[in-house]
Design a protein around this ligand. Sequence first.
Ligand SMILES: Cc1cn([C@H]2C[C@H](O)[C@@H](COP(=O)(O)OP(=O)(O)OP(=O)(O)O)O2)c(=O)[nH]c1=O
Length: 210
Amino acid sequence: MSAVPHSALVLASGSPRRLELLQQVGIEPARLLATAVDETPERSEHPRSLAKRLSRAKALAAHAALAARGESGGTFVLGADTVVSLGRQVVPKAEIAEDAITNLRILSGRSHRVFTGVCVVTPGGKARQRLVETRIRFKRLSRDEIERYVDSGEWQGKAGGYAIQGLAGGFVVRLVGSYSNVVGLPLYETLSLLTGEGFVMPRPGAAPAA
Ligand SMILES: Cc1cn([C@H]2C[C@H](O)[C@@H](COP(=O)(O)OP(=O)(O)OP(=O)(O)O)O2)c(=O)[nH]c1=O
């Protein structure tokens, strides 16, 4: 049987979660290319617009970097950005313990949304996007629970200051939508975006396309 060669993909991300999620569905990126996109929201920018704008900026920055080296031919580039929001407010990434405490107090006992923007740049240079939303309700968190969580360090560098795939999974009363979207890459939507643009999925066990 003649096998159609599968497509090559560059993951425009430094997030180990995004790499693991792609690998989970059988895609081994040909390379990882983290970008240095400024993630500051614009004035009164809605969280969903922020996630969409940043995912596009990451994918296009990686595509431009590859093109500058003459390496963009034949490759799909994938960028993503995850934003936690409470109403119109962005619940920022936690960098220090105080940020994580503030965020968890805000999220305690309430419903919030997680948006992930996904952007694919095709080998022909077209940028295609999706925006995926997940709704989550956290239990009420006691001061002790917040302190113990902050001691774990799991919040570091995570949108909203928590990681659902770790201890914070125990805070979730209700989740509506895609779980992988919260961890950083909505798998169903990402695969349908890629295959809709002509990406050929590898067969299980195949070596990554160059
Ligand atoms: C809410 C939540 C976010 N996150 C992570 C996913 C993302 O890695 C991060 C959000 O920050 P992003 O800016 O989306 O991504 P990043 O800076 O980690 O990586 P890159 O820009 O290079 O792709 O938070 C979790 O791992 N679990 C969660 O429950």
